[in-house]
Design a protein around this ligand. Structure first.
Ligand SMILES: [Zn+2]
Ligand SMILES: [Zn+2]
Length: 159
């Protein structure tokens, strides 16, 4: 009997797929903004449109960090801004725990919950900000059975 994927895993799986479009391999990060179980915006780590990609020309390192890309979370918010979509009362599903800069932008944009998959040197300033502002965060797991169900579907299509 096939089991339907629960909402949280459904959105996180999409963030993980979106991350595959990232252009800086120091971190393949993807995110989706979700309001009332509808996706209103998506983003991945990438260069400004039309600018060179880290994967093609190497990283742009400052103090040991690559600063070329716009982070996934920012790109998700920017997509909503460009489309005129309010991010109030929205949850984010993001593959990696947000950095401090993204954490500030998410709180300021009205994001009400952070759902993440990978721990990523979880930034103590980001954690403090989420706590101080009453924005909960939760690590989401994906049951292997849903990944395997998908893999079997793809195999069936090949055979
Ligand atoms: Zn880079
Ligand atoms: Zn960030």
């Amino acid at each position: 009997m096939r089991k339907r994927i629960p909402w949280k895993q459904y959105f996180m799986m999409q963030a993980l797929v979106i991350a595959q479009r990232s252009t800086c391999d120091r971190a393949l990060v993807g995110s989706v903004l979700v309001k009332k179980n509808r996706i209103i915006g998506t983003g991945y780590n990438g260069s400004v449109t039309g600018q060179p990609h880290c994967d093609d020309v190497g990283h742009q390192l400052v103090d040991g960090h690559c600063v070329r890309t716009i982070h996934s979370e920012m790109n998700s918010l920017i997509q909503c801004a460009r489309n005129g979509v309010s991010t109030d009362d929205t949850e984010i599903y993001v593959t990696h725990f947000p950095c401090y800069n993204c954490a500030k932008a998410l709180v300021q944009a009205g994001i009400k919950k952070i759902n993440y998959y990978f721990d990523y040197n979880d930034n103590p300033l980001a954690i403090k900000l989420f706590k101080d502002c009453g924005v909960p965060y939760e690590q989401i797991n994906i049951d292997r059975e849903y990944v395997e169900q998908l893999a079997h579907k793809l195999e069936d299509a090949e055979n």
